[in-house]
Design a protein around this ligand. Structure first.
Ligand SMILES: C[S@@+](CC[C@H](N)C(=O)[O-])C[C@H]1O[C@@H](n2cnc3c(N)ncnc32)[C@H](O)[C@@H]1O
Length: 407
């Protein structure tokens, strides 16, 4: 679905908020309300459903094979932690809880001694989502707790933290080039005689000098003739605070971020004149972020350079990154597919469903283009490495960065 030309009506709750704020707020504030407001937000209310029969599918929601392939990576990292003390598998933003459940089951079945030392910790700020996670995870095999970043900071854990399709739900700042200056984009109430109030995107004040220094490494300071007035894109000010909270929660261990992401040159290239922001609901995509606020998932890609800068500023060391298709092949996806073909013919419909799900996970035009980006909290990687390496140091090379197994 593309952006509608008719104005998007303002629901009463949002109209009241915008009036209280003087008629307009930065896009970032709007996105935060639309997603995370406890009563009206799409996640805050627990309204959004993740899965092929819900609003949008994610890799773990397609079935247990994604977690089965990821599990050896989690086990490798857990086994790398020094000592034989308690360990944690922390999932941030677990959605329905599919991935947490499937990983807990895989660890318990394949690495029981490791599982016996491991607690599952869920970090979910939206009460509506946490309620559904508690139902799904009621009988999973590991001890399980829901904790906030603030609670974890009080007694940080050792282990592995996952952020699967979470950072794309952090509210972004939208900025607009007016031909001479970068301006913050606002969401404003639009009022006309004899018409209900509607929402519109309007340019706000020019960006502060501090924000401009953020634009330089992204190649955005001199927009040039190709970047016409009206060029709109996103910045990610929520990343540094989120990564700092995540770092404070983990005394030692690894963080795996899995999300849509572009290099800065692709993200901010002149051809991408409307950024990456998209809305999803009931398996439909739409590029109008103002449509039915609180009913659509709003999501923006990550910029790899911005993520790395925010991670390093927050105490994380990069371990490397890879596209999901390559990462899953390194973890044995081809063997998993081959194994399915050897299975009993009586289970054919289920086998075909799993085969289709595995192929979707590596499809380079869809989930296969996701990035797996790993960081660590201790001296596992060379601290002097500045560029986001395609590969980590050999002695610490995560399994998903290694060459695919033969055969
Ligand atoms: C797109 S869903 C991803 C669900 C799940 N990880 C999956 O891939 O199926 C985003 C999840 O992140 C949660 N979330 C949103 N903001 C968050 C934040 N600041 N920290 C942790 N989780 C957050 C949402 O409530 C939701 O559970």
């Amino acid at each position: 679905m593309s952006a509608s030309t008719s104005p998007s009506p303002a629901p009463a709750w949002l109209e009241a908020r915008l009036r209280a704020a003087g008629g307009a707020v930065p896009f970032r504030t709007y996105m935060d309300w639309a997603l995370h407001d406890p009563e009206h937000g799409a996640y805050g209310s627990g309204r959004l459903q993740v899965g092929p029969r819900g609003d949008f599918a994610t890799s773990p929601s397609l079935g247990p094979d994604f977690a089965a392939l990821l599990a050896p990576q989690i086990a490798q990292w857990l086994l790398q932690q020094p000592g034989d003390g308690p360990l944690a598998l922390v999932e941030t933003g677990p959605g329905e809880g599919h991935l947490a459940l499937q990983l807990a089951e895989a660890l318990a079945a394949r690495w029981p001694e490791l599982a016996a030392r491991t607690t599952l910790v869920l970090v979910e700020p939206n009460a509506g989502m946490a309620q559904r996670q508690r139902r799904l995870l009621a009988s999973e095999p590991l001890p399980c707790r829901w904790l906030s970043f603030a609670e974890l900071a009080a007694s940080p854990l050792v282990g592995v933290m996952l952020a699967h399709e979470v950072l794309d739900a952090l509210a972004v700042e939208r900025i607009e080039w007016d031909g001479a200056l970068w301006r913050q984009q606002l969401v404003a109430l639009h009022e006309e005689l004899d018409a209900p109030p509607s929402l519109q995107l309007v340019p706000g004040e020019p960006l502060e000098p501090q924000a401009l220094s953020q634009l330089e490494p992204l190649g955005l300071l001199q927009p040039g003739p190709q970047r016409a007035a009206g060029f709109t894109t996103e910045l990610h000010p929520g990343l540094t605070p989120w990564l700092a909270n995540a770092a404070a929660a983990l005394a030692a261990g690894q963080l795996l971020v899995i999300d849509y992401a572009h290099e800065a040159w692709r993200y901010y290239g002149p051809q991408r004149s409307n950024g990456t922001l998209m809305a999803y609901r009931q398996q439909q995509a739409c590029d109008d972020p103002l449509l039915e606020p609180g009913h659509w998932d709003l999501t923006a890609h990550l910029c790899l350079e911005s993520l790395q800068a925010a991670a390093e500023a927050s105490g994380w060391t990069p371990l490397g990154q890879r596209r999901q298709g390559e990462a899953l092949l390194a973890l044995g996806l081809a063997q998993q597919l081959h194994g399915l073909q050897q299975s009993a013919a009586g289970e054919l419909p289920e086998l075909l469903r799993r085969r289709e799900a595995l192929l979707r996970l590596v499809d380079p035009t869809a989930l296969g283009d996701f990035r797996w980006i790993a960081f660590c909290r201790s001296g596992v990687a060379d601290q002097s490495e500045r560029a986001l390496p395609e590969r980590a140091q050999p002695e610490a090379l995560p399994l998903f960065l290694q060459d695919p197994p033969l055969g």
